[in-house]
Design a protein around this ligand. Structure first.
Ligand code: PEP
Ligand code: MN
Length: 332
């Protein structure tokens, strides 16, 4: 952090800043110019409460120098992280996670699971708890949905990823899933993220739809800081002025996340586009950009899906996506 003092600030005000920095265990490097004094912090500024410095008398600005995340930074850990989920190695080769938006009745869900397995997916997705924009929309089968997910795993051998929306559900959801999904609405739920830091299973952290890359990585830091290093990033599109698509799939962030962090990254072109006719092309683009895999909404009869049917592809399209994405990866 660099603290810029107001012109004419006095020695006592400078001393107060230095004193405050000392309470955080930091040292100060004072540089007195003709008009202003600038104070540089010696120590890890992330330990310092920014506002407590910026609000001191005589302080004009307090500017961060370091990124707001630390544990997930590639500087800390130059090698790519590989996360093993039931023998599926995420971050090494391509991984396909596929299934319906919501867990539906047992028969339909099992049928979709068999089909996505045949198409080449290794991980089954499906929401038992659905955080919907409207309280009048279907909220998920909840505990019943979790039981169905366990049955999918028993019958198909596929690993499971499903969303957890509340800290109080972590133990229960953890009995039925192999990966906890944190949805875009909860990316800023720091209490939930911190609690997942104590969980023994990996977390798939979706990007908030109006969160910057830096904020998303800081959210991942909450999980890692609390003890769980197994975080998988998931780009799922952000809000822009464009309404041709449901969201704008931000492939810049895929490349950026790989530069800034060592964590694996999965792309969700289903929510990223909201349109099944765009999913194949954006899947290929995501893999070309360096994604480690895809999270796809797949349904045997998309027109009857309980949620997000407009963006759900059929198992045949999934097969085509997996085939062409593997070809793209082989070109590298
Ligand atoms: C989902 O994956 O079904 C979902 C709700 O995703 P998001 O949080 O990205 O909207
Ligand atoms: Mn969905």
């Amino acid at each position: 952090m660099v603290v810029v003092m107001e012109p004419g600030s006095g020695d006592s005000q400078i001393a107060r800043v230095v004193e405050k920095l000392k309470t955080y265990g930091m040292d100060a490097d004072i540089s007195r110019g003709e008009e202003r004094t600038i104070i540089g912090i010696i120590g890890d500024e992330r330990e310092v409460d920014f506002d407590s410095i910026a609000s001191l008398p005589g302080v004009e600005r307090a500017m961060p120098v370091l990124k707001p995340y630390k544990y997930v930074s590639r500087h800390v850990h130059p090698e790519d992280k590989v996360i093993d989920v039931e023998g599926v190695r995420i971050g090494e080769g391509l991984v396909f996670m596929a299934g319906p938006c919501s867990v539906e009745d047992e028969q339909t869900t099992l049928r979709i699971a068999e089909e996505v397995k045949q198409a080449g997916a290794r991980i089954f997705r499906g929401g038992a708890y659905k955080p919907r924009t409207s309280p009048w929309s279907f909220q998920g089968l909840r505990e019943k949905g979790l039981e169905i997910l366990s049955k999918v795993k028993r019958q198909t051998g596929l690993a499971i990823v499903t969303e957890v929306i509340d800290s109080e559900h972590i133990d229960l959801v953890g009995q039925h899933t192999d990966i906890f999904q944190v949805g875009m609405r909860n990316m800023r739920n720091y209490a939930l993220l911190s609690r997942l830091g104590g969980a023994s299973k990996p977390v798939l952290l979706k990007r908030g739809d109006s969160s910057k890359l830096e904020e998303w990585l800081a959210a991942a830091d909450y999980i890692v800081r609390n003890g769980n290093e197994n975080v998988i990033l998931c780009e799922r599109g952000i809000r822009t002025f464009e309404d041709y698509t449901r969201n704008t799939l931000d492939l810049n962030a895929v490349v950026g996340a790989k530069i800034e962090s060592f964590l694996p990254i999965i792309v969700d072109p289903s929510h990223g586009t909201g349109r099944k006719d765009l999913v194949l092309a954006m899947s290929k683009a995501a893999i070309a950009a360096g994604a480690d895999g895809l999270l796809l909404e797949v349904h045997v009869r998309p027109e009857t899906a309980w949620s997000d049917g407009k963006q759900s592809i059929t198992p045949d399209v999934l097969r085509e996506i997996i085939r062409s994405c593997k070809q793209i990866r082989d070109l590298e």
